[in-house]
Design a protein around this ligand. Structure first.
Ligand code: ATP
Ligand code: MG
Length: 137
């Protein structure tokens, strides 16, 4: 069993597809073990995406991630990290495989609907960044 952190980004909440994103996870054997709506502060978004601090899109990305409410969720399942990444599709929706969340719902490489942790270490950091032990089942 593995845990990972996923986010329905502000564009996903605005498009009213929270349920459709979560349904794809559930249909593929993942279980929601933590869930909340939040509007991130700039500092929270910057801390979360700290690995991208030097990238040219960092300011724009953190602006976008604070532009409206997001859904934060911890998911559990066998191979959960890779499973979520596969279901999301490539970062750029134009390059994402048909049938993936980003191919179906996303507008651009930045506004790409969904986040998923990319490795065990980042998953542990990211779940702990948004959830304390009492908020996880
Ligand atoms: P995420 O970390 O959100 O799951 P990812 O792992 O597919 O996405 P990263 O390379 O970690 O992609 O980039 C983090 C986020 O930064 C992307 O999801 C996207 O919102 C934004 N981003 C990435 N590359 C670009 C870019 N070239 N221009 C604008 N925004 C970008
Ligand atoms: Mg990433």
């Amino acid at each position: 069993m593995e845990r990972t952190l996923s986010i329905v980004k502000p564009d996903g909440v605005k498009k009213n597809v929270i349920g459709q994103v979560i349904a794809r996870f559930e249909k593929n054997g993942l279980r929601v073990v933590g869930l909340k709506l939040a509007t991130l502060t700039k500092a929270q978004a910057e801390g979360f995406y700290a690995v991208h601090r030097a990238r040219p899109f960092f300011a724009s990305l953190t602006e976008f991630m604070t532009s409206g409410p997001v859904v934060l969720m911890a998911l559990e399942g066998e191979g959960a990290i890779k499973k979520v990444r596969d279901l999301m599709g490539a970062t750029d929706p134009k390059k994402a495989e048909v049938g993936t969340i980003r191919a179906d719902f996303a507008d651009s490489i930045e506004a790409n609907i969904v986040h998923g942790s990319d490795a065990p270490e980042t998953a542990a950091f990211e779940v702990g960044y948004y959830f304390n032990a009492l908020e996880l089942i």
